[in-house]
Design a protein around this ligand. Structure first.
Ligand code: NAD
Length: 489
Protein backbone atom coordinates (compact mmCIF):
# COMPACT_ATOMS: atom_id res chain seq x y z
CA UNK A 1 0.00 0.00 0.00
CA UNK A 2 1.39 3.40 -0.94
CA UNK A 3 1.72 6.33 1.44
CA UNK A 4 1.33 10.07 0.89
CA UNK A 5 4.16 12.20 2.25
CA UNK A 6 4.72 15.88 2.82
CA UNK A 7 7.99 17.81 3.05
CA UNK A 8 9.51 19.07 6.28
CA UNK A 9 9.91 22.85 6.31
CA UNK A 10 10.26 24.92 9.49
CA UNK A 11 9.12 22.06 11.71
CA UNK A 12 5.89 21.55 9.76
CA UNK A 13 4.83 18.95 7.23
CA UNK A 14 4.10 20.87 4.05
CA UNK A 15 2.80 20.31 0.52
CA UNK A 16 4.66 21.90 -2.40
CA UNK A 17 3.62 25.51 -3.09
CA UNK A 18 2.59 24.55 -6.61
CA UNK A 19 0.57 21.58 -5.37
CA UNK A 20 2.58 19.31 -7.67
CA UNK A 21 3.46 15.82 -6.54
CA UNK A 22 5.38 12.81 -7.85
CA UNK A 23 4.56 9.12 -7.82
CA UNK A 24 7.37 6.98 -6.44
CA UNK A 25 7.31 3.45 -7.82
CA UNK A 26 9.06 0.22 -6.88
CA UNK A 27 11.77 -0.34 -9.54
CA UNK A 28 11.29 -4.12 -9.28
CA UNK A 29 7.53 -4.27 -9.69
CA UNK A 30 6.33 -0.87 -10.90
CA UNK A 31 3.95 -0.70 -7.92
CA UNK A 32 3.19 2.67 -6.36
CA UNK A 33 5.19 3.07 -3.14
CA UNK A 34 4.53 6.70 -2.24
CA UNK A 35 3.30 10.08 -3.45
CA UNK A 36 5.60 12.95 -2.47
CA UNK A 37 5.53 16.72 -3.07
CA UNK A 38 7.43 17.93 -6.11
CA UNK A 39 9.18 21.01 -4.82
CA UNK A 40 10.28 23.97 -6.87
CA UNK A 41 12.55 26.93 -6.30
CA UNK A 42 9.91 28.62 -4.07
CA UNK A 43 9.79 25.66 -1.68
CA UNK A 44 13.57 25.63 -1.49
CA UNK A 45 13.55 29.35 -0.66
CA UNK A 46 11.01 28.76 2.16
CA UNK A 47 13.20 25.97 3.58
CA UNK A 48 16.33 28.12 3.30
CA UNK A 49 14.61 30.98 5.12
CA UNK A 50 13.53 28.61 7.89
CA UNK A 51 17.05 27.23 8.25
CA UNK A 52 18.48 30.77 8.21
CA UNK A 53 16.14 31.90 11.02
CA UNK A 54 16.86 28.77 13.02
CA UNK A 55 20.58 29.38 12.70
CA UNK A 56 20.66 33.14 13.23
CA UNK A 57 18.07 33.40 15.99
CA UNK A 58 17.26 29.83 16.94
CA UNK A 59 18.51 27.79 19.84
CA UNK A 60 20.37 24.99 18.05
CA UNK A 61 23.91 26.33 17.96
CA UNK A 62 23.48 27.45 21.56
CA UNK A 63 22.35 24.00 22.66
CA UNK A 64 25.32 22.51 24.49
CA UNK A 65 27.45 20.09 22.54
CA UNK A 66 26.55 17.42 25.07
CA UNK A 67 22.83 17.92 24.44
CA UNK A 68 23.32 17.90 20.66
CA UNK A 69 25.29 14.69 21.01
CA UNK A 70 22.58 13.08 23.11
CA UNK A 71 19.95 13.96 20.50
CA UNK A 72 22.08 12.33 17.79
CA UNK A 73 22.30 9.18 19.92
CA UNK A 74 18.53 9.23 20.22
CA UNK A 75 18.23 9.50 16.43
CA UNK A 76 20.45 6.40 16.18
CA UNK A 77 18.16 4.57 18.63
CA UNK A 78 15.04 5.67 16.72
CA UNK A 79 16.51 4.37 13.43
CA UNK A 80 17.25 1.00 15.05
CA UNK A 81 13.79 0.80 16.61
CA UNK A 82 12.21 1.23 13.17
CA UNK A 83 14.99 -0.58 11.33
CA UNK A 84 12.82 -3.31 9.80
CA UNK A 85 10.35 -0.79 8.37
CA UNK A 86 13.12 1.48 7.05
CA UNK A 87 14.96 -1.41 5.39
CA UNK A 88 11.78 -2.62 3.67
CA UNK A 89 10.97 0.88 2.41
CA UNK A 90 14.53 1.27 1.13
CA UNK A 91 14.19 -1.95 -0.88
CA UNK A 92 10.84 -0.86 -2.30
CA UNK A 93 12.15 2.59 -3.21
CA UNK A 94 15.58 1.87 -4.66
CA UNK A 95 15.55 -1.85 -5.43
CA UNK A 96 18.52 -3.15 -3.45
CA UNK A 97 18.38 -6.60 -1.79
CA UNK A 98 17.03 -6.60 1.78
CA UNK A 99 20.32 -7.72 3.37
CA UNK A 100 22.06 -4.69 1.84
CA UNK A 101 19.29 -2.35 3.01
CA UNK A 102 19.52 -3.78 6.53
CA UNK A 103 23.24 -3.14 6.50
CA UNK A 104 22.63 0.48 5.37
CA UNK A 105 20.08 1.06 8.14
CA UNK A 106 22.46 -0.22 10.83
CA UNK A 107 25.28 1.87 9.37
CA UNK A 108 23.08 4.98 9.32
CA UNK A 109 22.28 4.51 13.03
CA UNK A 110 26.00 3.99 13.76
CA UNK A 111 26.80 7.19 11.86
CA UNK A 112 24.50 9.27 14.06
CA UNK A 113 26.07 7.67 17.13
CA UNK A 114 29.61 8.29 15.90
CA UNK A 115 28.90 11.99 15.38
CA UNK A 116 26.85 12.11 18.59
CA UNK A 117 30.04 11.13 20.40
CA UNK A 118 32.11 13.58 18.39
CA UNK A 119 29.89 16.60 19.21
CA UNK A 120 31.65 17.01 22.56
CA UNK A 121 35.14 16.52 21.10
CA UNK A 122 35.16 19.61 18.88
CA UNK A 123 38.15 21.50 20.21
CA UNK A 124 40.19 24.59 19.46
CA UNK A 125 43.67 25.67 20.50
CA UNK A 126 45.39 28.28 22.58
CA UNK A 127 48.74 29.87 21.72
CA UNK A 128 51.00 32.53 23.22
CA UNK A 129 51.36 34.07 19.79
CA UNK A 130 52.37 36.79 19.26
CA UNK A 131 54.39 37.74 22.35
CA UNK A 132 52.43 39.72 24.94
CA UNK A 133 49.18 38.14 23.86
CA UNK A 134 47.15 35.01 24.19
CA UNK A 135 45.42 33.65 21.13
CA UNK A 136 42.52 31.27 21.08
CA UNK A 137 41.35 29.31 18.06
CA UNK A 138 37.68 28.34 18.29
CA UNK A 139 35.58 26.17 16.01
CA UNK A 140 32.09 27.32 15.11
CA UNK A 141 29.32 25.95 12.90
CA UNK A 142 29.42 27.06 9.25
CA UNK A 143 25.75 28.09 9.34
CA UNK A 144 23.00 27.08 6.93
CA UNK A 145 23.96 23.93 5.00
CA UNK A 146 22.32 22.72 1.78
CA UNK A 147 22.75 18.97 1.36
CA UNK A 148 21.95 17.16 -1.88
CA UNK A 149 22.12 13.36 -2.12
CA UNK A 150 21.72 10.64 -4.78
CA UNK A 151 19.44 7.60 -5.12
CA UNK A 152 21.76 4.67 -4.55
CA UNK A 153 22.07 4.82 -0.72
CA UNK A 154 19.18 7.12 0.23
CA UNK A 155 19.10 6.64 4.02
CA UNK A 156 22.83 6.18 4.48
CA UNK A 157 23.72 9.27 2.44
CA UNK A 158 21.18 11.27 4.48
CA UNK A 159 22.90 10.09 7.67
CA UNK A 160 26.39 10.91 6.33
CA UNK A 161 25.20 14.45 5.61
CA UNK A 162 22.91 15.22 8.56
CA UNK A 163 24.90 13.70 11.43
CA UNK A 164 28.12 15.76 11.20
CA UNK A 165 26.26 18.96 10.26
CA UNK A 166 23.99 18.72 13.31
CA UNK A 167 26.79 17.61 15.65
CA UNK A 168 28.64 20.81 14.72
CA UNK A 169 25.57 23.00 15.41
CA UNK A 170 24.48 23.86 11.86
CA UNK A 171 20.99 24.02 10.44
CA UNK A 172 20.26 22.06 7.26
CA UNK A 173 18.11 21.68 4.19
CA UNK A 174 18.43 18.13 2.87
CA UNK A 175 17.27 17.28 -0.64
CA UNK A 176 17.15 13.56 -1.39
CA UNK A 177 17.04 12.37 -4.98
CA UNK A 178 13.65 12.89 -6.60
CA UNK A 179 13.67 9.12 -7.23
CA UNK A 180 14.27 8.00 -3.63
CA UNK A 181 12.85 10.43 -1.06
CA UNK A 182 10.99 7.97 1.14
CA UNK A 183 13.49 6.96 3.85
CA UNK A 184 14.80 10.53 4.18
CA UNK A 185 11.24 11.67 4.92
CA UNK A 186 10.82 8.82 7.40
CA UNK A 187 14.06 9.93 9.03
CA UNK A 188 12.61 13.44 9.23
CA UNK A 189 9.57 12.01 11.02
CA UNK A 190 11.79 10.23 13.55
CA UNK A 191 13.78 13.40 14.13
CA UNK A 192 10.72 15.57 14.68
CA UNK A 193 9.49 13.17 17.36
CA UNK A 194 12.71 14.02 19.22
CA UNK A 195 11.73 17.68 19.43
CA UNK A 196 14.55 19.13 17.41
CA UNK A 197 13.71 22.86 17.15
CA UNK A 198 11.74 24.01 14.09
CA UNK A 199 13.88 24.96 11.09
CA UNK A 200 16.99 23.05 12.22
CA UNK A 201 16.28 20.14 9.87
CA UNK A 202 14.34 20.79 6.66
CA UNK A 203 13.79 18.07 4.07
CA UNK A 204 12.57 19.04 0.62
CA UNK A 205 11.72 16.60 -2.13
CA UNK A 206 11.89 17.12 -5.86
CA UNK A 207 14.28 17.38 -8.78
CA UNK A 208 17.65 19.04 -9.13
CA UNK A 209 16.33 21.64 -11.53
CA UNK A 210 14.64 24.27 -9.38
CA UNK A 211 14.98 23.16 -5.76
CA UNK A 212 18.48 21.66 -6.02
CA UNK A 213 19.82 24.56 -8.06
CA UNK A 214 18.40 26.99 -5.53
CA UNK A 215 20.21 25.27 -2.67
CA UNK A 216 23.47 25.53 -4.61
CA UNK A 217 23.06 29.17 -5.62
CA UNK A 218 21.03 30.92 -2.88
CA UNK A 219 23.26 33.40 -1.01
CA UNK A 220 21.55 32.59 2.30
CA UNK A 221 23.08 29.11 2.19
CA UNK A 222 26.57 29.14 3.73
CA UNK A 223 27.65 25.68 2.64
CA UNK A 224 26.62 23.15 0.04
CA UNK A 225 27.43 19.46 0.44
CA UNK A 226 26.72 17.33 -2.60
CA UNK A 227 26.91 13.65 -3.45
CA UNK A 228 26.12 12.67 -7.01
CA UNK A 229 27.48 12.66 -10.53
CA UNK A 230 30.57 14.60 -11.59
CA UNK A 231 28.63 16.57 -14.25
CA UNK A 232 26.11 17.70 -11.62
CA UNK A 233 28.99 18.45 -9.25
CA UNK A 234 30.32 21.01 -11.75
CA UNK A 235 26.90 22.70 -11.88
CA UNK A 236 26.77 22.80 -8.07
CA UNK A 237 30.19 24.43 -8.04
CA UNK A 238 29.04 27.04 -10.54
CA UNK A 239 25.93 27.81 -8.47
CA UNK A 240 28.03 28.12 -5.32
CA UNK A 241 30.01 31.00 -6.80
CA UNK A 242 27.06 33.34 -6.07
CA UNK A 243 28.26 33.86 -2.50
CA UNK A 244 31.41 31.73 -2.59
CA UNK A 245 29.76 29.25 -0.29
CA UNK A 246 31.80 26.49 1.29
CA UNK A 247 31.54 23.38 -0.83
CA UNK A 248 32.13 19.66 -0.51
CA UNK A 249 31.61 17.19 -3.32
CA UNK A 250 31.45 13.38 -3.35
CA UNK A 251 31.32 12.39 -7.01
CA UNK A 252 31.71 9.48 -9.35
CA UNK A 253 34.42 6.89 -9.89
CA UNK A 254 35.86 4.32 -12.29
CA UNK A 255 37.66 2.37 -9.68
CA UNK A 256 40.52 -0.10 -10.29
CA UNK A 257 40.45 -3.41 -8.44
CA UNK A 258 43.92 -4.92 -8.95
CA UNK A 259 44.56 -8.65 -8.54
CA UNK A 260 48.16 -9.90 -8.51
CA UNK A 261 49.12 -13.50 -9.23
CA UNK A 262 50.12 -13.99 -5.58
CA UNK A 263 46.63 -13.15 -4.29
CA UNK A 264 44.44 -15.69 -2.50
CA UNK A 265 42.47 -16.60 -5.61
CA UNK A 266 39.19 -17.56 -3.93
CA UNK A 267 39.16 -14.36 -1.87
CA UNK A 268 39.98 -12.31 -4.97
CA UNK A 269 37.18 -13.94 -6.98
CA UNK A 270 34.65 -13.18 -4.24
CA UNK A 271 36.06 -9.69 -3.81
CA UNK A 272 35.94 -8.92 -7.53
CA UNK A 273 32.30 -9.99 -7.83
CA UNK A 274 31.26 -8.10 -4.71
CA UNK A 275 33.19 -5.01 -5.83
CA UNK A 276 31.42 -4.99 -9.20
CA UNK A 277 27.91 -6.20 -8.44
CA UNK A 278 26.94 -5.19 -4.89
CA UNK A 279 23.98 -2.79 -5.03
CA UNK A 280 23.57 -3.70 -8.75
CA UNK A 281 26.87 -1.95 -9.42
CA UNK A 282 25.14 1.34 -8.65
CA UNK A 283 27.93 2.36 -6.31
CA UNK A 284 30.32 5.29 -6.68
CA UNK A 285 33.15 3.12 -5.34
CA UNK A 286 32.26 0.04 -7.44
CA UNK A 287 35.29 -1.93 -8.59
CA UNK A 288 34.22 -1.56 -12.21
CA UNK A 289 37.71 -2.04 -13.65
CA UNK A 290 39.24 -5.40 -12.72
CA UNK A 291 42.95 -5.32 -13.45
CA UNK A 292 44.32 -8.85 -13.36
CA UNK A 293 47.88 -10.17 -13.75
CA UNK A 294 48.04 -12.10 -17.02
CA UNK A 295 49.31 -15.36 -15.50
CA UNK A 296 46.08 -15.83 -13.46
CA UNK A 297 43.74 -14.01 -15.81
CA UNK A 298 41.97 -17.12 -17.10
CA UNK A 299 41.68 -18.73 -13.66
CA UNK A 300 40.20 -15.55 -12.18
CA UNK A 301 37.67 -15.02 -14.96
CA UNK A 302 36.66 -18.71 -14.94
CA UNK A 303 36.26 -18.54 -11.17
CA UNK A 304 33.99 -15.51 -11.45
CA UNK A 305 31.91 -17.08 -14.20
CA UNK A 306 31.42 -20.20 -12.07
CA UNK A 307 29.95 -18.03 -9.32
CA UNK A 308 27.77 -15.72 -11.44
CA UNK A 309 24.74 -18.09 -11.24
CA UNK A 310 24.78 -17.51 -7.47
CA UNK A 311 23.88 -13.84 -8.05
CA UNK A 312 20.15 -14.43 -7.92
CA UNK A 313 18.14 -11.61 -9.49
CA UNK A 314 14.71 -10.58 -8.26
CA UNK A 315 12.73 -8.33 -5.98
CA UNK A 316 14.94 -7.29 -3.09
CA UNK A 317 12.37 -8.57 -0.58
CA UNK A 318 12.41 -12.11 -2.04
CA UNK A 319 14.50 -14.51 0.03
CA UNK A 320 17.88 -15.33 -1.48
CA UNK A 321 17.92 -12.42 -3.94
CA UNK A 322 21.40 -10.96 -4.36
CA UNK A 323 20.75 -8.39 -7.08
CA UNK A 324 17.75 -6.15 -7.55
CA UNK A 325 16.61 -4.00 -10.47
CA UNK A 326 18.29 -0.83 -11.65
CA UNK A 327 16.75 2.37 -10.36
CA UNK A 328 14.73 3.34 -13.46
CA UNK A 329 13.94 2.46 -17.05
CA UNK A 330 16.05 5.40 -18.24
CA UNK A 331 19.03 4.31 -16.19
CA UNK A 332 18.81 0.72 -17.46
CA UNK A 333 18.79 2.06 -21.01
CA UNK A 334 21.89 4.10 -20.27
CA UNK A 335 23.68 1.03 -18.88
CA UNK A 336 22.55 -1.03 -21.89
CA UNK A 337 23.93 1.62 -24.21
CA UNK A 338 27.35 1.03 -22.59
CA UNK A 339 27.00 -2.71 -23.20
CA UNK A 340 26.50 -1.94 -26.88
CA UNK A 341 29.49 0.42 -26.80
CA UNK A 342 31.65 -2.30 -25.22
CA UNK A 343 30.66 -4.79 -27.90
CA UNK A 344 31.24 -2.26 -30.69
CA UNK A 345 34.65 -1.40 -29.25
CA UNK A 346 35.66 -5.08 -29.47
CA UNK A 347 35.63 -6.11 -25.80
CA UNK A 348 34.69 -9.78 -25.24
CA UNK A 349 31.33 -10.24 -23.54
CA UNK A 350 31.70 -13.32 -21.34
CA UNK A 351 28.44 -13.14 -19.42
CA UNK A 352 25.22 -11.16 -19.10
CA UNK A 353 24.58 -8.20 -21.36
CA UNK A 354 20.83 -8.67 -21.46
CA UNK A 355 17.62 -8.45 -19.48
CA UNK A 356 16.69 -11.62 -17.56
CA UNK A 357 13.65 -13.44 -18.88
CA UNK A 358 10.63 -14.58 -16.86
CA UNK A 359 7.37 -13.21 -15.49
CA UNK A 360 9.04 -12.00 -12.26
CA UNK A 361 11.25 -9.64 -14.26
CA UNK A 362 8.69 -8.18 -16.65
CA UNK A 363 7.72 -5.10 -14.64
CA UNK A 364 11.15 -4.26 -13.22
CA UNK A 365 14.32 -2.67 -14.59
CA UNK A 366 16.42 -5.82 -14.29
CA UNK A 367 19.71 -6.44 -16.05
CA UNK A 368 22.00 -9.44 -15.81
CA UNK A 369 25.43 -9.10 -14.21
CA UNK A 370 27.68 -8.42 -17.17
CA UNK A 371 31.40 -9.03 -17.65
CA UNK A 372 33.53 -7.77 -20.52
CA UNK A 373 36.93 -9.47 -20.84
CA UNK A 374 40.05 -8.31 -22.72
CA UNK A 375 39.04 -4.70 -22.28
CA UNK A 376 41.66 -2.20 -23.45
CA UNK A 377 42.35 0.73 -21.10
CA UNK A 378 41.44 3.29 -23.77
CA UNK A 379 37.95 1.81 -24.41
CA UNK A 380 34.98 3.84 -23.17
CA UNK A 381 33.79 0.94 -20.98
CA UNK A 382 37.15 1.21 -19.20
CA UNK A 383 37.05 4.99 -18.88
CA UNK A 384 33.48 6.12 -18.20
CA UNK A 385 31.37 5.54 -15.10
CA UNK A 386 28.56 3.17 -16.11
CA UNK A 387 26.99 2.92 -12.63
CA UNK A 388 25.44 -0.47 -13.24
CA UNK A 389 26.34 -4.18 -13.17
CA UNK A 390 29.00 -4.04 -15.88
CA UNK A 391 32.56 -5.15 -15.13
CA UNK A 392 35.53 -4.53 -17.42
CA UNK A 393 38.42 -7.01 -17.05
CA UNK A 394 41.82 -5.65 -18.10
CA UNK A 395 44.88 -7.95 -18.07
CA UNK A 396 48.32 -6.56 -17.11
CA UNK A 397 51.88 -7.90 -17.14
CA UNK A 398 53.78 -6.00 -14.45
CA UNK A 399 53.30 -4.03 -11.25
CA UNK A 400 54.33 -0.83 -13.00
CA UNK A 401 51.81 -1.42 -15.78
CA UNK A 402 49.02 -2.12 -13.25
CA UNK A 403 49.72 1.17 -11.47
CA UNK A 404 49.85 3.06 -14.76
CA UNK A 405 46.48 1.65 -15.95
CA UNK A 406 44.89 2.14 -12.52
CA UNK A 407 45.82 5.83 -12.43
CA UNK A 408 44.97 6.50 -16.08
CA UNK A 409 41.54 7.98 -15.27
CA UNK A 410 40.01 11.35 -14.57
CA UNK A 411 38.54 9.86 -11.38
CA UNK A 412 40.24 9.02 -8.09
CA UNK A 413 37.62 7.73 -5.68
CA UNK A 414 38.47 4.16 -4.67
CA UNK A 415 40.97 1.38 -5.50
CA UNK A 416 41.91 -2.03 -4.18
CA UNK A 417 44.87 -4.39 -4.34
CA UNK A 418 44.74 -8.16 -3.85
CA UNK A 419 48.07 -9.78 -2.94
CA UNK A 420 49.54 -11.92 -0.16
CA UNK A 421 52.74 -9.90 -0.30
CA UNK A 422 52.19 -7.20 2.34
CA UNK A 423 55.05 -5.04 1.07
CA UNK A 424 53.69 -5.07 -2.47
CA UNK A 425 50.21 -4.29 -1.20
CA UNK A 426 51.41 -1.16 0.54
CA UNK A 427 53.90 -0.19 -2.17
CA UNK A 428 51.24 -0.31 -4.89
CA UNK A 429 48.57 1.35 -2.74
CA UNK A 430 50.88 4.27 -2.02
CA UNK A 431 51.15 4.86 -5.77
CA UNK A 432 47.40 4.86 -6.38
CA UNK A 433 45.78 8.26 -6.84
CA UNK A 434 42.56 7.53 -4.95
CA UNK A 435 41.07 8.63 -1.63
CA UNK A 436 39.65 5.28 -0.50
CA UNK A 437 41.87 2.22 -0.81
CA UNK A 438 41.64 -1.36 0.38
CA UNK A 439 44.15 -4.21 0.51
CA UNK A 440 42.51 -7.65 0.27
CA UNK A 441 39.12 -6.07 0.86
CA UNK A 442 36.46 -4.12 -1.02
CA UNK A 443 33.55 -1.79 -0.29
CA UNK A 444 33.97 -1.69 3.48
CA UNK A 445 33.02 1.73 4.83
CA UNK A 446 33.79 2.87 8.33
CA UNK A 447 32.21 5.81 10.11
CA UNK A 448 35.63 6.39 11.71
CA UNK A 449 37.60 6.71 8.45
CA UNK A 450 37.58 9.46 5.80
CA UNK A 451 35.60 8.92 2.59
CA UNK A 452 36.14 10.94 -0.58
CA UNK A 453 38.02 11.23 -3.81
CA UNK A 454 41.10 12.58 -5.55
CA UNK A 455 40.88 14.30 -8.94
CA UNK A 456 37.37 14.59 -10.42
CA UNK A 457 35.87 12.27 -7.79
CA UNK A 458 35.34 15.16 -5.45
CA UNK A 459 36.49 17.67 -2.96
CA UNK A 460 36.72 17.31 0.82
CA UNK A 461 36.06 14.24 2.92
CA UNK A 462 33.07 12.77 4.69
CA UNK A 463 33.07 10.52 7.76
CA UNK A 464 35.55 10.30 10.58
CA UNK A 465 37.08 13.35 12.20
CA UNK A 466 37.57 14.74 8.67
CA UNK A 467 33.81 14.68 8.06
CA UNK A 468 33.02 17.21 10.77
CA UNK A 469 35.70 19.61 9.51
CA UNK A 470 33.52 20.34 6.50
CA UNK A 471 30.86 21.75 8.84
CA UNK A 472 33.09 23.95 11.00
CA UNK A 473 34.51 27.41 10.64
CA UNK A 474 37.74 28.38 12.39
CA UNK A 475 38.00 31.66 14.27
CA UNK A 476 41.06 33.25 15.87
CA UNK A 477 40.55 35.36 18.98
CA UNK A 478 43.62 37.40 19.85
CA UNK A 479 43.82 38.94 23.32
CA UNK A 480 46.38 41.69 23.66
CA UNK A 481 48.05 41.63 27.12
CA UNK A 482 49.98 44.85 26.53
CA UNK A 483 47.31 47.52 26.76
CA UNK A 484 49.58 50.54 26.16
CA UNK A 485 48.74 52.58 23.02
CA UNK A 486 50.66 51.25 20.01
CA UNK A 487 52.01 54.71 19.13
CA UNK A 488 51.86 54.18 15.35
CA UNK A 489 50.75 57.78 14.63
P1 NAD B 1 22.89 13.11 -9.93
O1 NAD B 1 24.10 13.96 -9.97
O2 NAD B 1 22.05 13.01 -11.14
O3 NAD B 1 21.89 13.58 -8.77
C1 NAD B 1 22.32 13.69 -7.43
C2 NAD B 1 21.43 14.69 -6.73
O4 NAD B 1 21.63 15.98 -7.32
C3 NAD B 1 19.94 14.42 -6.80
O5 NAD B 1 19.34 14.76 -5.58
C4 NAD B 1 19.47 15.38 -7.90
O6 NAD B 1 18.12 15.76 -7.77
C5 NAD B 1 20.38 16.55 -7.67
N1 NAD B 1 20.62 17.41 -8.84
C6 NAD B 1 20.60 17.07 -10.15
N2 NAD B 1 20.89 18.15 -10.92
C7 NAD B 1 21.09 19.19 -10.07
C8 NAD B 1 21.43 20.56 -10.26
N3 NAD B 1 21.63 21.08 -11.46
N4 NAD B 1 21.55 21.35 -9.16
C9 NAD B 1 21.37 20.84 -7.92
N5 NAD B 1 21.05 19.54 -7.68
C10 NAD B 1 20.92 18.72 -8.75
O7 NAD B 1 23.40 11.70 -9.42
P2 NAD B 1 22.54 10.38 -9.24
O8 NAD B 1 22.22 9.85 -10.58
O9 NAD B 1 21.44 10.60 -8.26
O10 NAD B 1 23.63 9.46 -8.51
C11 NAD B 1 24.61 8.80 -9.19
C12 NAD B 1 25.94 9.49 -9.08
O11 NAD B 1 26.26 9.74 -7.71
C13 NAD B 1 27.07 8.66 -9.61
O12 NAD B 1 27.91 9.42 -10.43
C14 NAD B 1 27.81 8.22 -8.35
O13 NAD B 1 29.15 7.91 -8.58
C15 NAD B 1 27.61 9.38 -7.46
N6 NAD B 1 27.76 8.99 -6.04
C16 NAD B 1 28.92 9.34 -5.39
C17 NAD B 1 29.11 8.94 -4.07
C18 NAD B 1 30.38 9.30 -3.32
O14 NAD B 1 30.43 9.12 -2.11
N7 NAD B 1 31.42 9.78 -3.99
C19 NAD B 1 28.12 8.22 -3.41
C20 NAD B 1 26.96 7.89 -4.11
C21 NAD B 1 26.80 8.28 -5.43
Amino acid sequence: MSQNYEMLIDGKWTKSKSGASRNITDPASGELVAVVPESSKEDAVAAIQAARRAFDYGPWRKVSALERGKILFRIGDAIRAEGAKLAKLEVQNCGKPLAEAEYDVADAANCFEFYGGLATKIQGETMSVPANSVSIVVREPVGVCGQIIPWNYPLLMAAWKLAPALAAGNTVILKPSELTPVTALELGRLMMALEIPAGVVNIITGPGAGAGEELASNPNVDKIAFTGGTVTGRKIMNGATSNLKKISLELGGKNPNIVFADADLEAAIDGALFAAFANQGEVCSAGSRLLVESSIHKKLVDGMLAKIPKIKLGHGLTAGVKMGPLISAAHREKVESYIKIGRDEGATLVCGGKRPQGPEFEKGHFLEPTIFDYVKPQMRVAKEEIFGPVLSVIPFNSEAQAIQIANDTEYGLAAAVWTQNATRGLRVTKELRAGITWINNYHSTFNELPWGGYKQSGMGRELGLYGIEAYLETKQININLDTAPIGWY
